[in-house]
Write a protein that binds this ligand. Structure first.
Ligand SMILES: [Zn+2]
Length: 206
């Protein structure tokens, strides 16, 4: 049996068992777990083919991925946006030297980016996880502090590190880890895009 055929048959039976309404993230988690553990797909994986990852786009801003042999198996990815300005420069260096080091991002008066943020959590911790409002936590722990701010001047996070995309990802990772400490949603990591071509992540699951 071909992969296409096995996936089509698996989807038919899984969707019949797990009808999902739009925005019903937890029904999508159940559907993904059902697909990824389907005997037909697992049987196919016993040959020369192995299933590395199954992904389900539940909405334009929500993706679920499953790696059957990894812990956590299922990861929920949720996307957000914020706009912020910054300046990349080593203090004390002349503008020309900073321009050589950081290019246009060293413009003395700063400049803006529309950042995209993806937050990854492990949703597999029982019914308590249903009650967690991830959007509200990201809003109060991250977006309120960074959105429409000058990262160098308006936030306390970059006094001792440059607001590069790598350090923005590390900063948001730290904020989210603290916000989800003790929560039934286990935090996995983040990815931040500065442009479509440039991003940084703190986990290979994001
Ligand atoms: Zn920049």
């Amino acid at each position: 049996m071909s992969i296409d055929e096995a996936v089509r048959l698996t989807l038919q039976s899984a969707l019949a068992e797990h009808p999902c309404g739009e925005g019903d993230t937890w029904a999508h988690v159940a559907l993904l777990q059902r697909i990824a553990t389907d005997p037909l797909l697992r049987g196919l994986a016993r040959g020369s083919t192995t299933i590395q990852q199954v992904s389900l786009s539940a909405s334009p801003y929500t993706t679920l991925t499953m790696r059957p042999h990894t812990s956590p198996a299922v990861v929920l990815l949720r996307d957000y946006e914020f706009a912020a300005s910054h300046r990349l420069a080593v203090e004390g260096l002349p503008d020309e030297a900073n321009l050589a080091l950081f290019g246009k991002c060293s413009n003395p008066n700063g400049h803006g980016h529309n950042y995209r943020l993806r937050v990854a959590v492990d949703p597999g911790h029982g019914p308590d996880a249903l009650a967690v409002d991830l959007d509200a936590i990201v809003e109060s722990s991250v977006l309120q502090h960074l959105d429409h701010k000058h990262l160098n001047l308006d936030t306390p996070y970059f006094s001792d590190r440059l607001p590069s995309v790598e350090n923005i990802a590390i900063t948001i990772h730290e904020l989210m880890a603290a916000a989800l400490d003790g929560s039934p949603l286990s935090f996995v990591g983040v990815r931040v895009w500065e442009t479509d071509r440039t991003s940084a992540s703190t986990s290979d699951r994001v």
